[in-house]
Design a binder for this molecule. Structure first.
Ligand code: ZN
Ligand code: ZN
Length: 597
């Protein structure tokens, strides 16, 4: 499923280190809010909190677009982690001094999210410990690329930071080697590939060209290029070291990529921050899949004569559904008009929403549809939203659409069948209106640095998935059975992602059963399913965010509807989105409190 691309924090990349001797002053102690409990004090505290957060984790700061600490590459060893944890505990103590009941709703949620953030980071460092088993959690390339390609500052200034940051690369990889005690085969292979693949991109020709074009002194240029060479060697040496290790690794003597129930349950709680437990959402997904199959079979039977006339219907209901889906997928736009079709659909969606009174769409913030820029191609997503980061307020929001130019005729046909006439409309709802794009506009209207930096992925994806369902329920697509069938197929992907992730990491599901689930149970193509199997081996929990967020928002709406005879769908949507990208469980709590007043 296309993912939203915002420059928020990449939690999994947070190695969370602090150089010994880096100033910690100003965090603990009574300066930070011992007597404070008003919103004004809390606002000021938030500013200091975020500053401290970046100082503690300068690598994450770079991804968030905060460039004050660009020159600082922390050495990821045990001492650094201990210092970081001490820092996080001090921040938890200072946060505890605020009386949340005296804060506004927005600040109250911010406080909860800040507390969750600190606890989560401490847990990652002390319990999840991916530095012991995931060699791909170490990689300097990404941040160097951000600095090299960024447009936040002039080239000379960026290269000066780049130069200073290079000094620690060798020590960084020495520390990395000392931390990896029990790598998994899958993450070892990934790290080898990523290191060999990115070294030229960051320390190769484009760096040399930039240095040559810069106004740096001859001395600095020489220094920078020499250190870049040594950084390149350190990365390749790391890859070679992993390759050597890899020779003796077998599934029997290596740690499994499956993280197991204990870590999974906790990671789910921290990353998704849901009212559901991992197990309960898994069970809900299993039930939902059966319901969807039932519904889809009914629709396919109903549609059969229209598309297959008197031809005999397959007795097996899954086969029947697949045949009907394949048939409907033949209806698709032309490859040359893919982008224009998407562009043309945006006003149709806006009009439908206005006619049906579903949510206010701000006409002063139009969405710009564009070809996916070259540097973003290859991420695999055919369509995505790029939003400016929290430190880049003036930036535009774009709907990036892959122009299909690099595709062979067969590849283009397969892609167009996948994003056929029906699915393309659902994709536009999800990515743009009233999905991700609309949510972003609302989120920017309730500005909170905390919510834009720590925004909850399950809320964001959940809203996009919820908006698909809500549009169809409101009559989008004229209630045609074709539209509903294809929507169910699309929705089944979120449902099966949840089943797959939990089954693989907790219930030991085999590759064969995983493929069966996706191909037979979710009507996916072999290639798509194989890609999903690769993804589930390397990541954990993220695949559940779509269905979990959707379920929570849907539940909340139904609960409020039941208790309110004057329920108004438009008001519900606007209220829900007014809290920013907070976890749904917190929005629920605040909306319920509000109702009691
Ligand atoms: Zn999405
Ligand atoms: Zn075709």
């Amino acid at each position: 499923m296309p993912q939203i691309q915002t420059k928020t924090m990449k939690k999994n990349f947070l190695i969370g280190c602090i150089a010994a001797g880096l100033a910690i002053a100003g965090c603990s102690g009574n300066k930070m809010g011992s007597t404070a409990s008003t919103d004004a004090d809390f606002e000021a505290y938030k500013g200091r909190f975020v500053e401290k957060m970046w100082e503690t984790n300068p690598s994450a700061a770079i991804y968030a677009g905060f460039h004050k600490y660009d020159s600082l590459l922390l050495i990821p060893d045990a001492a650094a982690r201990a210092a970081t944890d001490q820092q996080y505990h001090a921040m938890l103590d200072s946060l505890a001094k605020f009386d949340e009941n005296k804060l506004s709703q927005s600040n109250k949620t911010d406080l909860w999210m800040m507390r969750d953030y600190l606890k989560s980071n401490i847990w990652y460092d002390t319990a999840f410990k991916s530095f012991e088993w995931n060699p791909a959690s170490f990689n300097v390339a990404g941040e160097f690329a951000e600095i090299l390609n960024g447009n936040y500052d002039k080239l000379d200034a960026r290269l000066a930071m780049f130069d200073k940051r290079l000094v620690n690369v060798k020590a960084y990889y020495a520390a990395a080697k000392s931390q990896i005690t029990q790598p998994t085969i899958e993450h070892t292979d990934l790290a080898i590939m990523q290191h060999e693949g990115s070294v030229e991109e960051v320390f190769g020709k484009s760096l040399a060209d930039s240095v040559a074009a810069s106004g740096l002194s001859a001395d600095t240029k020489k220094h920078l290029l020499a250190y870049a060479d040594s950084a390149k060697s350190a990365m390749l040496d790391y890859a070679a070291w992993l390759k050597e290790k890899r020779k003796t690794m077998t599934p029997e003597n290596s740690r499994s990529f499956r993280i197991g129930k204990e870590l999974y349950d906790k990671k789910f709680d921290f990353d998704i921050a849901s009212g559901y437990t991992a197990e309960s959402i898994y069970e809900k997904a299993v039930n939902r899949k059966a319901e969807l199959h039932h519904e889809m079979a009914n629709l396919s039977r109903q549609l059969w004569p229209k598309y297959f006339g008197k031809a005999p219907m397959p007795a097996d209901s899954l086969q029947l559904i697949r045949q009907m889906i394949d048939k409907l997928s033949l209806k698709h736009v032309n490859r040359d008009s893919f982008l224009q079709s998407i562009e043309a659909q945006i006003p149709t969606l806006v009009k439908f929403i206005n006619d049906k009174n579903l949510i206010y769409i701000d006409p002063s913030k139009p969405l710009v549809v564009r070809k996916t820029p070259a540097y973003m191609e290859g991420s695999g997503a055919g369509a995505s939203i790029s939003a400016p980061g929290p430190y880049d307020k003036g930036g535009n929001t774009y709907y990036n659409v892959s122009p299909l130019t690099g595709y062979s005729p067969e590849e283009a046909e397969s892609y167009l069948r996948e994003y056929n006439y029906y699915i393309l409309q659902i994709l536009n709802i999800h990515e743009a209106i009233p999905g991700h794009y609309t949510q972003l506009v609302y989120s920017n209207n309730s500005p909170s640095i905390i919510k834009s930096l720590m925004g909850n992925g399950a809320m964001v994806e959940g809203w996009a998935v919820y908006s698909e369902r809500m549009m169809l329920e409101s009559g989008y697509g004229n209630n045609e059975p074709e539209m509903w069938l294809m929507y169910y197929k699309w929705h089944l992907r979120s449902v099966c992602n949840t089943i797959l992730d939990y089954s693989v990491h907790v219930n030991n599901m085999s590759e064969q059963d995983a493929m069966k689930l996706l191909v037979d149970g979710a009507f996916q193509q072999q290639a798509e399913a194989a890609g999903k199997w690769r993804r589930v081996k390397l990541s954990q929990v993220q695949l559940t965010s779509y269905f979990t967020g959707f379920s929570e928002i849907y539940d909340l709406r139904e609960d409020i509807k039941k208790s309110d005879p004057n329920f108004d769908l438009k008001k519900f949507h606007e209220k829900f989105l007014s809290y920013g990208s907070a976890p749904v469980k917190y929005i629920r709590q605040l909306m319920m409190e509000e109702k009691k007043k």
